[in-house]
Design a binder for this molecule. Structure first.
Ligand SMILES: [Zn+2]
Ligand SMILES: [Zn+2]
Length: 347
């Protein structure tokens, strides 16, 4: 099969023929049509996440991508629910065990027996990929391949983050949510989802183009990062902040604008070279700040997100449609923040 292969970290991907994967027990093989391109692909491509890089090197994983959509063409042993010809998504969570205490308490994203697409299983920048039957996402017939692909990671991660306002922070509609990085690949979904769920949204991003973009998405307030602290404090502070910006500075801003006994939902992953977040236990305790981590999403969260999508409450902003041949350029442009919205590649 044809695939975009990482031969050297951070160097252009090499388009080559590689042996096709086959579906192991409990897995299905998907003939991919489209894959989204995620900011995590940039980090992985550059070898910037040491833990993921070590797993990739030890297992010989060389194909990135974790927002695949295609049609099932091979079933592994024991598959009962998914059928040949089903249109499914291949998300970041490639499998989880479903029976450990982490899975059983409702957080399979943290399952210690899980596999991850593009880290421990080859990814979706290829003609074929495999995914467990459990993790394969059924795509509604009404949804285009290119619209569905970015929901497999960016959309569902944004949904999961907003969902935590209710599930973990018990925040009712009408409260103010700061979305830090609101014009980005995840943030632009989060603004729409938060609004759809009844929250009042203060978007924060960098530069007039991105501030304007957040306003068009339905943010009640859209601030440049330079004015965000003062302006959000004028509103009385945010009841919660969602941090999508993969920068320590984004977390520092969130801690400063969040009200007493508010919440900070952690999504964006700064490069480890930025060092730790400078926060003291006493400041967390004094302010009563609850810090909630979140990571991607799983089956029922996809279903909930699709319902919002189906009602026209959430739309992706597709900035680019490319192919494997121009994928390296897209990754480089994404690293330099040269476009707003999501990119997809046809396979
Ligand atoms: Zn992703
Ligand atoms: Zn598990």
């Amino acid at each position: 099969m044809r695939a975009a292969v990482v031969r050297e970290w951070g160097k252009p991907l090499v388009i080559e023929e590689v042996p096709p994967p086959h579906a192991g027990a409990g897995d299905v093989r998907v003939r991919l049509r489209v894959s989204g391109v995620c900011h995590s692909d940039v980090h992985q491509w550059k070898g910037g996440w040491p833990a993921e890089r070590a797993v990739m090197e030890s297992l010989g994983i060389r194909i990135l991508g974790h927002e695949g959509v295609g049609v099932v063409d091979e079933l592994g042993a024991g598959v009962t629910r998914v059928r040949i010809g089903d249109r499914v998504g291949v998300p970041w969570m490639n499998s989880w065990c479903g029976s450990c205490d982490v899975c059983l308490t409702g957080y399979p994203q943290w399952c210690p027996n899980s596999r991850t697409t593009s880290v421990s299983v080859n990814g979706t920048f290829a003609e074929l990929a495999t995914v467990s039957e459990r993790a394969a996402v059924a795509i509604p017939a009404s949804m285009d391949d290119a619209d569905a692909a970015p929901l497999m990671c960016a959309g569902v991660t944004a949904y999961g983050a907003v969902r935590r306002l209710a599930s973990e922070l018990r925040m009712p509609p009408g409260k103010i949510v700061a979305v830090v990085g609101g014009a980005g690949g995840l943030g632009h979904y989060a603004i729409q989802i938060a609004r759809a769920l009844g929250y009042r949204v203060a978007g924060v991003d960098v530069g007039p183009e991105r501030v304007q973009f957040m306003a068009t998405l339905g943010a009640e307030w859209a601030f440049d990062v330079s004015e965000a602290k003062a302006e959000i404090r004028k509103l009385g502070g945010a009841d919660a902040s969602l941090v999508f910006t993969p920068k320590i500075a984004g977390y520092e801003l969130a801690l400063k604008v969040t009200r007493l006994v508010g919440g900070v939902v952690a999504v964006g992953i700064p490069d480890p070279s930025e060092g730790p977040l400078p926060v003291t236990p006493s400041s967390l305790i004094t302010h009563g700040t609850r810090v909630i981590p979140t990571s991607v999403g799983v089956t029922h969260e996809f279903d909930e997100l699709f319902r919002l999508y189906d009602r026209g409450l959430v739309q992706g902003h597709l900035a680019r449609r490319g192919t494997l041949d121009d994928l390296s350029r897209t990754l480089q442009d994404m690293a330099e923040a040269k476009y707003v919205g999501r990119a997809v590649v046809a396979l």
